[in-house]
Ligand binder design. Sequence first.
Ligand code: SF4
Length: 451
Amino acid sequence: MRPTNEASASEPSARFDFSRARRALLNWFKTNGRAFPWRDDPAPYRVWISEIMLQQTTTQTALGYFERFLERFPDVNALASASEEETLKYWEGLGYYRRARALRQAAIQIVERFQARFPSEYDDVLSLPGVGRYAAGAILSFGFDKRFPILEANTTRLHARLLALRSETSASASQKLLWRFAEDWLPKDTSRRPKGLYRDINGALTDLGRLVCAPREPRCGACPLAQFCESERLNLQNVVPVLKPKPEPIRRVDAAIVVFRADLDRADNVGEVEPRPETPLSADADVLLLRRPKGALWAGLWDFPRFDVLDPQAEELRDFSSDASLAERLQWFLEEEVGANPKDYRVGKALTTVRHAVTRYRVTLRVCQLADAKLRLPARSERPLLDLVEEPKRAAPRRTAPEQADVSTPQAEELRWVPIASLPDFPLSSPARRVAKYVAEKALKIFLPIK
Ligand code: SF4
């Protein structure tokens, strides 16, 4: 069913001269429109992949991934038959990994429900995992040249300024008005419609919002719609759009533990914060990776065991600037929360610090090492003692070889010893990728504690 918005004649949309504005817009688009691979060949499958990639990702970043993804998954069959793990690998670094999982799920549905042909009806497209109203409109207008509006960040800003909309753009009345306005740009009379008209209008509106009607300092002097723009007339460009205030970021400190598997003899100083002396790590040593379970952040990706060091609501951030304080905290965690015997492990020095952002959180990730001395960490494919992180549920021990492993997102953590040299092959969370890079580059300079 086509989405509809009710609008009354008193709405600003009803007073807008769409016919003249459209001509000005399309003339501008002819010489200023951006070239993208998904525009050069707007097959619905390609448009769909690009639209999902572009959610939460800049065009520049998406461009680097698009061709590589399409090369590996050239059509819906290829994507439907790929493992989730491989799909995530090709998505690694783009973030918001649920998009990649949803793409694969949607591909499976397209194969099963639509005989591998991309659906062209609104309800069918909207029923696919990961496709909302915007993406459905984009796929149908860009991929099929059908009369469906789109409303994303660029067009929201552009339309709000054209209308001098002074209420918050995310308010439901504003959304209704903006969607209606976006739809009214698309002419209903299709008898003499040039080929690609709906595709071009939506593309032109997006480009104009991005290139000219920028968030700060819009270039009104170069805007083909200046004469139609209420914000330009009333000098409200810096007031409109009215956005919902962003929530304050929350700082938190996490610890990631790089657990090295090394054949260390038991020594008297195990459990000490800074045992001495040390031994260099072998370049082909194993590290422990954990596959994050369903429902968790970065579900399906591999990561180093990590935990939050502080209650994010705590009033004071504890200073972990010295290695000893971090090691002390880790030791406390292992003993108190994991129940590990201090005689069974050795805590090494802090390795590095990685800073990253996740949703509202600004995370300082202290990376520390743990040498497998007497601690009976698992051999490959066995469950470990050291299930460090948050999910209390435990799966049965995995005994399948990696190549036979179930590739869907696990219900509980899955742990595996991985040679340092194989880390590039695993789809990792972006902070874990940075930690892995550090470990790979510095392996020979890392010293494990041993007597
Ligand atoms: S005139 Fe200025 S504010 Fe109005 S649409 Fe154009 S760039 Fe945006």
